[in-house]
Design a protein around this ligand. Structure first.
Ligand code: SF4
Length: 386
């Protein structure tokens, strides 16, 4: 028998293995992940987030978004957004970053937390290969932003950490095109990948879900709060613009003592100019038995934060309270007036209060000279979002 025929079955097996590794799961093209190491007997250890999942061959990590195929870790989310939609930047929420700007929001399926109160659980808690998604390369995402005239790409809705490689590549493409990057994250990421990412980030909003380890565990987030606090410190040190969101859930993380400790920690470690957004909880996912956060609880949290010395404290998802305006910490005048996500007026001039001249922390303008020219209008492919 000709020698080459001995090799045919071997070649077939190798090709099948390669095809399976590349096409992977449910036809999804796998993308080799970063931040992992071999852990023996075909297992790998993921080093992207503090969960440090030990993943056996053929299995996935806690987030369902990273799979071990033949001793190599792959991302299931690369190039597969479930949302690509235009939103006001206030929705992220960013209140001290180019007010009134329309931005391109991107998300894939998956999350490295399992919060039972998740407001976007339909996409965050669905494995990427089970969620209807689009195909968009990093370059196509940037093109979509340019065509829509968006000067920002915001990684949001689900947890951007679990599409780290995709986000990172989009960030680099965006920078080349003169665009800015921002993310809204739970902050559960290891320092090394975070620091590398921050080089391309212009603004970050971190969910500080509570100031209590028990709350993080009990609510299914199953995360160590210390790691989230460490993330906040790294962002602060990097100089990237930071805002913080705290969703207040009745009877769960609304203790005035915890809120006071959280605000004092923010002032001490982050400084009094970091905007804090208290957000109203609405019954969702596996926490439908609780009522929405009462207005009185939200107002009292804001009073505690102001008393602790924070300069910019907002209340979201509760328009009747009208605590969405930016006030000058110097003279108390209203500088940016908002109703919901809509900016009604913005009086900030050159980053300062026009009445008393006090500097107002934030990124109020983008250098227009560095921005891309707006392209002819074409629809962005939009994914469904609850
Ligand atoms: S990113 Fe996913 S796989 Fe990696 S450690 Fe975190 S939960 Fe585990």
């Amino acid at each position: 028998m000709n020698k080459k025929f001995y090799f045919l079955p071997l070649i077939f097996v190798l090709c099948a293995a390669l095809t399976s590794a590349v096409l992977g799961v449910a036809g999804i093209k796998l993308h080799r992940a970063g931040y992992w190491k071999k852990a023996g007997k075909g297992s790998v250890k993921c080093l992207l987030c503090p969960r440090a999942c030990l993943i056996r061959s053929g299995k996935r990590g806690f987030c369902q978004s990273r799979i071990n195929k033949g001793g190599v870790l792959y991302s299931l989310t690369y190039g597969r957004p479930v949302v690509a939609a235009m939103d006001p930047i206030e929705k992220k929420p960013f209140f001290h970053v180019t007010p009134g700007e329309q931005v391109l929001s991107i998300a894939t399926a998956g999350c490295n937390m399992r919060c039972i109160f998740c407001q976007n659980w339909r996409i965050s808690q669905t494995p990427p290969d089970e969620a209807p998604s689009m195909k968009m390369s990093p370059r196509e995402v940037v093109e979509a932003a340019r065509k829509k005239g968006s000067r920002w790409i915001v990684y949001t809705y689900t947890e951007p950490t679990i599409f780290y490689e995709y986000m990172f590549d989009i960030c680099r493409e965006a920078k080349k095109a003169g665009l800015k990057n921002a993310m809204h994250s739970c902050g559960y990421i290891n320092p090394e990948p975070l620091k590398k990412l921050l080089k391309y980030m212009d603004a970050v909003n971190i969910d500080l879900k509570g100031f209590n380890e028990d709350f993080y565990r009990k609510m299914g987030s199953l995360a160590e709060i210390e790691a989230v606090l460490e993330t906040l410190k790294i962002i602060k040190k990097s100089g990237v613009w930071l805002e913080i969101t705290n969703l207040i859930i009745p009877g769960q993380n609304d203790s005035p003592g915890d809120i006071k400790r959280m605000c004092e920690w923010i002032k001490k470690e982050m400084g009094q100019d970091v905007p804090l957004h208290f957000s109203r909880f609405y019954p969702a996912y596996r926490l439908k038995n609780l009522p929405p956060t009462p207005a009185e609880t939200l107002k009292s949290a804001r009073a505690i934060a102001l008393e602790a010395g924070l300069n910019y404290v907002y209340i979201g998802n509760a328009p009747e309270i009208a605590a969405e305006n930016t006030l000058c910490p110097g003279c108390g005048r209203t500088l940016v007036r908002r109703i919901g996500y809509k900016v009604i007026s913005n009086r900030i001039k050159d980053g300062k209060c026009p009445f008393c001249g006090r500097k107002i922390a934030g990124q109020w303008k983008i250098d227009e000279k560095k921005q891309p020219v707006k392209q002819p209008e074409q629809p962005v492919r939009e994914g469904a979002l609850q």
